[in-house]
Design a binder for this molecule. Sequence first.
Ligand code: WT7
Length: 630
Amino acid sequence: MAEDFNVKLTDKYYTPDPSYRQNSWVGDYNKAYAEFKNDPDGFWDRIARDLHWFTRYDKVKEWNFPHARWFIGGKTNITYNCLDRHVMGPRRNKVALIWKGEDDSERIYTYRQLYREVMKVANGLKKLGVSRGDRVCIYMPMVPEQIISMLACARIGAVHSVVFGGFGAAALNSRITGAGAKVVITADVTFRRGKSIPLKHIIEEAIINAPTVEHVVVLRRELHQPVEIHREMETDFYDLIKDVSPDCEPEVMDAEDPLFILYTSGSTGAPKGIVHSCGGYMVGVYYTTKNVFDIKDHDVYWCTADPGWITGHSYVVYGPLLMGATIVVTENTPDYPDPGAYWRMVEEFGVTIFYTAPTAIRMFMKLGEEWPDKSNLSSLRILGSVGEPLNAEAFEWFYRVIGKNRCPILDTWWQTETGMHMITTMIGEPMMPGFAGKPIPGVVADVVDKDGKPVPPGTGGFLAISEPWPSMLRTVYNDDERYKKYWNTIPGFYAVGDLAVKNKDGYIMVLGRSDDLIVVAGHNIGTAEVESALVSHKSVAESAVIGKPDAVKGNVIKAFVILRNDHAPSDKLKNELLYHVRITLGPIAMPSEIEFVTTLPKTRSGKIMRRVLKAKEMGIDPGDISTLDE
Ligand code: WT7
């Protein structure tokens, strides 16, 4: 199977300076892994003890296939561990958050300031009638208020559902109604490449036919031209917190209460509301932030992800704040006003840990070494990557040009569903370009065939996980049947939906998705969602979309469209369809190509065979087509 993917392997391991392992939290990987294997519950118990529990749990886990519960009976609040704990200790005046805007403006919050802002917004939400268990949708650009809003929800036990600001009205509507959100927090505009892009009208459209929404809170940023607030339903963000107290006791949450819902594309049908818990998620992201990134108190940590994705939840917001770290956040695009923007920020803030996506790394490669070379990057000590495979060429470039042949690179494999890192090369271990690495201590994963039998090194198979872990998804919101499918596809395993191959040392290379998901610039896009957006246009009878390999984005979307009888193909119609997808789903889901066709390859049972379309597109053998309906 691996041959199909044209895998180029290097045979060279990169070995970090021994000081990395000597000084790391995790120490020796093999020893740490063995400690976990000998006593999994004891392993997680030791980690969970670092955190504050209002009431201690009486049991680490209960595994009732396919449902797990963790830290049974434990009571906590993640914001207590992210904020109160540090404010009461020596980190009160430590910088928690450095934010940089496009116009070079800066906002800096110490732990104490962040703590007070969170409590004010929490009290503001209470004033709107939000209480424990209510869902709040956060649809905002990357501003401090986005993070503060997430923490404010968690403070009072409300369940946040953050929707990435690049989604369009229909995608937003299905996520708001899916979660039954009572309040939506949004902003008037997002700033991008020197322009302001309006957001509020998208919300206005998205809450038509969203009967659960009672209030919309609007952060107004365009102060010289403020958008109008419709007082019946809308509240200005800063009016909401004008007269409220900066004290708000943390809600006492059960370890198994939901902390948030985050929608991710499914291979079929509507997006899935992945539900994460208060206790287990907290322990999982705390553990990995500490041991995978090896964060120390002096680190300046920058993860470029938007909190609208799981990477932002786990490794911009919760994990680093649990560690009491200083985080850098920016609304900037990496190549605006010029391709040196990010590297100047590394120098300016003395960033020590830099975590980004392969698509960004490949874009920087294309833009040329002269840009990073203009800045002093000597503060960097650790680099990270997530979202899609980090191919060997991109690894080597990142290692040499950004890390100056010195910084270990963490290629972290994980998912919205896993909540935390699962596979990587732990700090100090030898790294193999193209390979993410091994399961981290705490995780049992393998490459198996469809019956769950491990495949030998060098043979492709399905990546699968065999033991529960604390930050695993608890269910799919309002659809536990869909949750069960993760555990029922490969006997005895949680099926992640990726193809992978192992080398003789047990290092895992992730090859790509095995299902109908397309990873575009590190964002998971469901073929089903794009197809149904196309079919919702009056001219389209049927459509099928596939991912096509792309040197920078990993994949781009190509759509095949069958028109209704009363419509004829034209370039104008192509553009209209592209625009239609853009306003329904948002720019991230836009196909880069549309082809009008008269038939689509289908199985006898009527299922579109995207695999066949893809093989034809790429000029390769389509494989087994025995089920194809001629
Ligand atoms: C899918 C999960 C985890 C946060 C970002 C995406 C792909 C993710 C890697 C990696 C190869 C990767 C997989 C996975 N993926 N990280 N290091 N190497 N592939 O979260 O949207 O839930 O997508 O992204 O295909 O299943 P997500």
